[in-house]
Design a binder for this molecule. Structure first.
Ligand code: SF4
Length: 223
């Protein structure tokens, strides 16, 4: 099965040849890729660039960087089942092998940037809500696991709990990774694991000091 992005490459490869196509991109990821640019960027939208373009060039040059007066806090790369990255990782080339080497995935190629006004706990809530909604329910680890993860994150979000909640989240995703039947349940560990690893201070601050204003407003609706 091929998606539209793959099929759209075919006419130019037939017209110019495979050798031409291989001059684009990297040795192990030739060609171009459509990268959706989302979130707190001055220019959002869909851009086509060569495989291996540095994340910095996508987010800061083509995307224009964060709005004036704001600082880039981080990025979720590869879609909902992708990886949270910090600004220190902006030089990673956006291709399969380079991202794999830093524990990330290319996935959909999506780059969601968030600035210093965003809350990673709140962002992860949106990601887990997506997983819970998309879980087909066929296998228990994913059906129950996504619900348990949302329950645990609700405790963080509302500031009700201690650091053991974060370890419980890790244990749940470990089970989901090995016991879920399909990639949806198996991939939840990437966003959860990297959010907890790279933005742990933000999770701990919610547990220690109570919810941030953004989570406080949201939990008054959801919890
Ligand atoms: S892991 Fe796949 S099969 Fe299992 S409930 Fe989730 S979506 Fe369904």
């Amino acid at each position: 099965m091929n998606n539209v992005e793959t099929l759209a490459n075919v006419p130019e490869i037939v017209r110019r040849g495979a050798a031409w196509y291989r001059t684009l991109g990297t040795d192990d990821s030739p060609g171009t890729k459509l990268y959706p640019l989302l979130g707190n960027l001055r220019r959002t939208g869909l851009v086509e660039a060569e495989m291996g373009i540095p994340l910095r060039a996508l987010a800061l040059d083509l995307g224009g960087g964060p709005p004036e007066g704001r600082e880039l806090k981080g990025l979720l790369v590869g879609g909902a089942a992708g990886t949270f990255l910090t600004p220190d990782e902006l030089d990673v080339p956006m291709d399969f092998g380079s991202l794999r080497r830093i524990g990330a995935v290319l996935g959909s190629g999506a780059v969601l940037a968030f600035d210093d006004t965003a809350c990673v706990v709140d962002l992860l809530w949106s990601v887990l809500s997506f997983f819970s909604h998309e879980s087909c329910g066929q296998c228990t680890p994913c059906r129950v696991g996504t619900a348990v993860l949302l329950d645990l994150l609700a405790k963080v979000r509302s500031g009700n709990g201690d650091r053991s909640v974060l370890e419980d989240m890790r244990r749940v995703v470990q089970v989901m990774e090995v016991a879920s039947l399909c990639p949806l349940g198996q991939s939840v560990g990437l966003p959860v694991g990297t959010a907890l690893e790279k933005f742990r201070g933000e999770f701990e601050a919610h547990l220690r000091e109570g919810p941030c204003p953004r989570c406080k407003a949201a939990t008054e609706v959801y919890v």
